[in-house]
Design a protein around this ligand. Structure first.
Ligand SMILES: [Zn+2]
Length: 448
């Protein structure tokens, strides 16, 4: 009786949530899309997607549609196996095999409870902020043959801000500077991000102007007089953002215009997504962790495994949901007068393994990325993840702190900045065209 009640309530909530934004938002979105097509035609393009994608890595909308469709197809096997696990769980709990979209997130969460043995509160005790920062700096120095020297007694905007010079470890050439402004204080910008302060370039007298960047975050500094503890997602976020700093200071482009983080949109996130992997491997995670009452005791290998497992669990189904929305974004921006609700109703069962769209819901009414900021380029995150997985598996996975591989990556992928075609940079570094397979295989291996 209770289970029946919960099931009905779950559906009611899912339907109400799926109507967020309502029909008005869908009408606004359709109007926005038509105006975008009109704008692109004034500039001589056939449709808005062609205009938005021309300067990006895939170059054409057709290529993106092929990419998304192939991803969806290649993930179908693993996603089907994941779905069968969730269906079995539902039968076990409710005795009912009818599985709808309202069940998806609920049963993924339930399955995670069985499959991942991880106490999030306990994990946090292994990440005192000071230790995370020093371990992170050491990993980047070791991997990329860099040396970070802290500069003391220098005027900065707050006494918790630290500043470092960056040197090439073998030649001792000065490469740049970065500021760590990671602790929270009143009135400070509330997000974790990187801001470039100066781009590098070659000056007319033959000297180099070096780049500088600041990483901003809102980490707590102390707790009860001790170094504050970071939640694991905060560790990953810091590591991700610091990768942008290293990309910035490694840049050796001739012109300032192509320096810094002025990178083609699909390329900008690839190095940071690649480097996030170091937060999920024991050897590197142990370098950034230590029990807060005894920092010689680093996080256990089992806990590292569980963190990775939690990241990848049900990755096929989660990615398929993302692909569905990216397909909608790409189709409406590459064809005119598409009825968005009809399109989603038609695509949903094709992408989501036969599960129909939940009656009465309209996912496009509450999908902000499609409305502004990522119009026609929602695919970008999946694209970057696929390239990052290929780079990780091909070059780093078996030897995470291999300085030879790191230095080669720094010189071939990070140093050119925006001065070379990104696809050329990656193809040249890999020695072949990038492939979907490492991403599909890693998710297939770890998702169940
Ligand atoms: Zn980023």
């Amino acid at each position: 009786m209770l289970l029946q009640f919960l099931s009905t309530a779950r559906k009611q909530i899912a339907v109400a949530y799926g109507q967020k934004g309502g029909k008005d938002n869908v009408a606004i979105l359709e109007n926005l899309v038509q105006l975008r097509h009109k704008f692109a035609k004034l500039l001589g393009y056939t449709n808005y997607a062609d205009f938005a994608i021309e300067p990006r890595m895939p170059k054409t909308s057709r290529k993106i549609l092929e990419f998304l469709e192939e991803m969806s197809e290649q993930l179908s096997d693993v996603a089907n196996r994941e779905l069968n696990i969730l269906k079995d769980l539902k039968i076990k709990e409710e005795g009912n095999a009818q599985f709808g979209m309202e069940d998806l997130l609920y049963y993924i969460k339930r399955a995670e409870e069985f499959k991942v043995d991880l106490d999030v509160g306990e994990i946090k005790q292994y990440f005192p902020v000071g230790l995370v920062i020093s371990g992170m700096l050491k990993i980047f120095q070791d991997l990329f043959a860099l040396r970070f020297d802290e500069i003391k007694d220098v005027d900065v905007w707050h006494d918790t801000v630290r500043v470092f010079s960056v040197w090439d470890a073998s030649s001792s050439d000065l490469l740049g500077y970065f500021f760590l402004d990671i602790f929270s204080r009143e009135g400070k910008y509330a997000h974790t991000c990187v801001v470039t302060l100066q781009n590098g370039c070659l000056c007319s007298n033959g000297t180099r102007k070096v780049p500088a960047a600041v990483i901003l975050s809102q980490c707590p500094k102390e707790f009860d007089g001790n170094s504050a503890l970071l939640r694991f997602p905060e560790v990953v976020r810091l590591f991700h953002e610091f990768s942008h700093v290293v990309h910035h200071v490694s840049n050796r482009a001739t012109f300032s215009r192509f320096s810094g983080l002025r990178l083609e949109g699909d390329f900008a996130e690839i190095p940071s997504l690649l480097l996030e992997n170091w937060c999920y491997e024991s050897i590197s995670l142990k370098m950034m962790s230590g029990f807060h009452q005894d920092i010689t005791k680093s996080i256990s290998s089992e806990a590292c495994q569980s963190l990775k497992r939690r990241r990848d669990l049900f990755a096929g189904l989660k990615m398929k949901q993302e692909i569905l929305l990216c397909l909608v974004d790409q189709i409406i921006h590459s064809s005119e007068n598409v009825d968005i609700d009809d399109l989603i109703k038609d695509l949903h069962p094709k992408v989501m393994l036969g599960i129909p769209l939940l009656e009465g819901t309209s996912p496009a009414s509450s999908f902000p990325r499609i409305a502004f900021g990522y119009d026609a380029v929602c695919y970008s995150y999946i694209w970057s993840e696929v390239f990052a997985a290929d780079l990780f598996v091909s070059k780093f996975k078996d030897d995470l702190l291999n300085q030879h591989a790191g230095l080669r990556f720094r010189n071939k992928v990070l140093a050119p900045g925006g001065s070379k075609d990104p696809l050329e940079i990656i193809t040249d570094y890999l020695g072949r065209e990038p492939s979907l397979q490492p991403f599909i295989q890693s998710r297939t291996r770890n998702s169940l």
